[in-house]
Design a protein around this ligand. Structure first.
Ligand SMILES: Nc1ncnc2c1ncn2[C@@H]1O[C@H](COP(=O)(O)OP(=O)(O)OP(=O)(O)O)[C@@H](O)[C@H]1O
Length: 352
């Protein structure tokens, strides 16, 4: 019997607009600027299937699209076009991802757990176990902004592995920990594997990839260059990096510029031909609902959101509407000290 497919992607793309300034983005939205905005395609049509229970590694040189792909699968950022089918709960561990700097380690644990739908009672029961796994000592009561990247990774890992996700996505989170913590994480990943969970593992360490992964995806400048057995793909990737390292500085630069140029010049018009090449139907060219909206709908939506932010923010900040209109920046200036703010949030959460 064939295994259930946990992650199914068909021709998934990600396009970024390269605005020089934030104001250009707003002007473009309201069509106030005629300036042509350069585009960059971080993903140029990724087609991939990951069956349940497999651990798949993501390798590729810097900027090849590994984090973009894992963030899209985790639902952190939207894709531009293509079909995405994720069958199960995902949890991503990336250094500092989703952690609030002003809150303490313990408050962050509670917030992250609440966001996954756990009750305060369930969190209270699980808290000692998460704290023990993170092993941060007294730092658990310190604001996360004072943590090193290794400490943030510990906290993120501890929370994620206790959430019991179907699909665990680990983005470079193991690269910053010390040996003891690394081993603890490897043991936990092995336990996940034994439980038949699906894992996506992004790493620059081929040693880690070889140790953990059943299969490997090799990303190359927004394209999926190879997907297959770990041994085979790692061998080919090692050959490529050896060849690349052997190039002169100018040759390297030319190689990179050539690929980046292709990513800038890519367009949706090229997708039907790629779909045909990959044997995919028209549905692979689908765009998420937000991309299909007319410009008028988008403007109405932005205006609606702006009004909601203004009135909601005014209400929450306790300031008058007139004072906010006179000084909009005041909305974003906290009237409380960070510690006081954290305490308020803590009380709020406890109250719930
Ligand atoms: N918000 C953004 N706006 C514009 N371009 C972006 C944005 N985020 C990522 N990119 C670009 O998309 C490409 C892929 O980035 P991504 O972070 O996914 O690569 P990566 O393979 O994870 O790299 P690394 O190994 O360095 O972590 C890069 O060229 C990057 O500059």
């Amino acid at each position: 019997m064939s295994k259930e497919i946990k992650i199914r992607l068909q021709l998934v793309t990600k396009e970024y607009d390269l605005y020089k300034q934030k104001s250009d983005k707003i002007k473009a939205l309201f069509r106030l600027s005629q300036k042509k905005v350069p585009h960059f395609w971080a993903l140029k049509g990724i087609t991939l299937e990951v069956p349940a229970g497999e651990t798949v590694g993501l390798v590729g040189i810097n900027g090849s699209g590994k984090s973009t792909l894992s963030n899209i699968i985790a639902g952190i950022i939207p894709h531009t076009s293509g079909v995405m089918e994720i069958n199960g709960e995902t949890s991503i561990i990336a250094i500092g991802a989703g952690l609030k700097g002003q809150l303490t380690g313990m408050e962050n644990i509670r917030l992250k757990c609440l966001m996954t739908g756990m009750t305060n009672k369930q969190i209270d029961e699980l808290m000692p176990e998460i704290i023990e796994f993170a092993d941060l000592g007294d730092f658990i009561d310190q604001p996360v902004k004072n943590y090193s990247s290794g400490m943030k990774s510990r906290l993120g890992f501890a929370v994620a592995v206790h959430q019991n996700p179907d699909i665990l996505i680990i983005d470079e989170a193991l690269s910053v920990g010390d040996d003891t913590f690394y081993q603890k994480c490897i043991d936990r990943i092995q336990l996940f594997k034994d439980q038949g969970k699906t894992i996506l593992f992004v790493s620059h360490s081929l040693g880690q990839i070889e140790k953990i992964c059943d299969k490997v995806v090799w990303m190359h400048y927004g394209e999926l260059r190879e997907y297959g057995e770990t041994k085979e793909v790692v061998k080919n990737y090692k050959e490529f990096t050896k060849w690349f390292k052997g190039l002169s500085a100018k040759e390297k630069k030319d190689y990179q510029n050539d690929y980046k140029k292709q990513q800038k010049e890519f367009s949706k018009e090229k997708l039907p031909a790629i779909a045909k090449e990959q044997g995919l139907g028209k549905e692979a060219l689908a765009e998420p609902a937000i991309g299909k909206m007319s410009n008028l709908t988008k403007v109405m939506l932005v205006l609606g959101l702006f009004a909601l932010l203004l009135f909601g923010g005014t209400h929450l900040s306790g300031r008058s509407l007139t004072s906010v209109i006179k000084n909009p920046a005041s909305l974003f200036q906290s009237s409380m000290a960070p510690v006081q703010e954290a305490e308020t949030l803590e009380k709020f959460i406890e109250h719930k």
